[in-house]
Design a protein around this ligand. Structure first.
Ligand code: C2O
Ligand code: CU
Ligand code: CU
Length: 473
């Protein structure tokens, strides 16, 4: 009997020891190579500088952009090796006016190839900055184009085969703001850095030494442990109790965000990828997939001075707003923001079917993977086309869906699963999320010649071959 009890006791002890060491082991391995920013650390939201043209006569301007290495301080005193445009991480904001003739002087100071793609900009294929416009190490690329599209929030990032995802992850991305006479005539918040604020949202992981940790999780691309806004981990922005405009860019490699205020306070969306919506759309949660932009206005006048309200994505904190003073607000959100001429479906000349399939490295468009030497679609200049884009639902555990992007144009969403698109998908778009099993029909017209890419904007999917090219002629 006694012997029996001690035997039981031994087994129990053994199980406890195994259990504890298992817990300790998982705990250690989960914190190993990870680093937590101290909770007390308050980082203010960095506001990227506006890029001044080096030459300008009002009608044409030249901008200088240098692609460079650097180090950036994200956590404690640690210096993180990063990439940036004219700086160590991200880039300046480039504000352009409709009608302006722009020359970009892009110098590559890296030791490897890059390219710089103007995402959302309607220009000739040769100026697009896709994989065909490689800027080799040490060289300069100098495209000239004229801005000829409505006021909007666009962006730029590398697009070079094999390096897009990592170069973006290490910091290469920047915002473009296009203005036009109409946007200037509206009384919306438009004072850059004051009541008109860029929010470039990304997620990143770090190693213990502070270096960025890039891990492609094999499913839906590289996600990160922390949310960075304008290159700072969960920063704080002091705001006045006025209407503030935020130009949100999902600059993540692979993550979707569901942007909302922690108290579910309402806000309005005024613009999508390619410019103003016809009417402001009231919402308390905004879904935004990689590559997409949304301009929203939050009215802080209902908050008390000193109040703090956090911006979340699901349960994760993105950033905090602290209402620090009451400001004078003379801005106004009109009921009609823009008039958008709808494409007429009956004028469609060509219908194309796009099937997005797979996950991880096994991703295809219409059953094929990207081939630089193959043109997948031939398009006639100015023809109206309908594209039916389907995200195939796989039998097994599949991808959540794909943010589908087309270069060199802005399109209109005709339907989502046979239904009218949501109010905030009624405007100009260049990237549309196609959830697993969904079919989205778009109407699109190409107004510029050349070779353009279309692809999933989960950068790891793009790199794995979920990209095709079209030629407009
Ligand atoms: Cu944002 Cu092909 O790019
Ligand atoms: Cu693009
Ligand atoms: Cu994808």
């Amino acid at each position: 009997m006694r012997h029996h009890i001690s035997h039981k006791g031994f087994i129990l002890f053994f199980i406890i020891v195994i259990g504890i060491s298992y817990l300790v082991f998982t705990l250690i391995s989960s914190i190993q190579n990870r680093i937590n920013p101290p909770a007390s650390e308050v980082r203010l939201l960095p506001i990227p500088i506006l890029l001044e043209p080096s030459v300008s006569d009002g009608q044409s301007s030249t901008y200088h952009i240098t692609v460079q290495r650097g180090t950036t301080n994200f956590i404690k005193e640690l210096q993180t090796p990063t990439l940036g445009y004219n700086g160590s991480y991200l880039g300046p904001v480039i504000k352009l006016s409709r009608g302006e003739e722009v020359t970009m002087q892009v110098k590559n100071n890296l030791s490897v190839d890059t390219s710089i793609h103007w995402h959302g900009l309607e220009v000739e294929g040769s100026s697009d900055g896709g994989p065909h416009q490689v800027i080799s190490a040490g060289s300069t690329w100098q495209p000239t184009f004229t801005i000829n599209q409505p006021a909007s929030t666009l962006w730029f990032h590398p697009h070079v085969i094999g390096r897009t995802a990592t170069q973006v992850y290490y910091g290469l991305a920047g915002m473009i703001i296009v203005e036009d006479d109409h946007s200037k005539s509206l009384n919306l918040p438009d004072e850059y850095g004051v009541n008109d604020i860029p929010l470039i949202i990304q997620d990143r992981s770090f190693n213990q030494d502070g270096s960025l940790r890039y891990t492609n999780n094999m499913m839906d691309g590289a996600t990160g442990q922390y949310i960075l806004v304008n290159g700072a981990i969960t920063p704080t922005l002091n705001v006045s109790s006025i209407k503030m405009r935020f130009r949100i860019l999902n600059g993540a490699n692979a993550s979707h965000f569901n942007v909302r205020l922690e108290d579910n306070h309402e806000f309005v969306q005024i613009a999508s990828d390619g410019g103003f919506l016809e009417k402001p759309v009231l919402m308390n949660s905004l879904f935004i997939s990689p590559g997409e932009r949304a301009e929203i206005i939050i009215d802080f006048s209902t908050y008390q001075k000193g109040q703090k309200v956090r911006l979340l994505s699901n349960k994760k904190v993105m950033m905090s707003f602290v209402v620090s003073d009451d400001g004078l607000d003379e801005t106004m959100i009109p009921n009609e923001l823009a008039s958008i001429e709808r494409f007429d479906e009956s004028l469609v000349k060509t219908i194309r079917t796009i099937e997005l399939d797979g996950m991880g490295h096994m991703v295809t468009i219409n059953g094929r993977q990207f081939d630089m030497h193959r043109i997948d679609e031939r398009v006639k200049l100015n023809d109206l086309e309908m594209w039916e884009i389907t995200s195939i639902r796989s039998m097994m555990m599949g991808s959540l869906g794909h943010p589908f992007h087309i270069h060199g144009t802005q399109f209109q969403i005709l339907s989502r699963n046979g239904q009218e698109p949501e109010a905030n998908e009624h405007g100009w778009k260049d990237t549309v999320f196609v959830g697993s099993g969904e079919t989205v029909k778009i109407l699109v017209q190409f107004k510029y010649r050349g070779i353009f890419m279309y692809h999933c904007h989960i950068l790891e999917h793009e790199e794995a071959g979920m990209m095709g090219q079209l030629i407009v002629e």
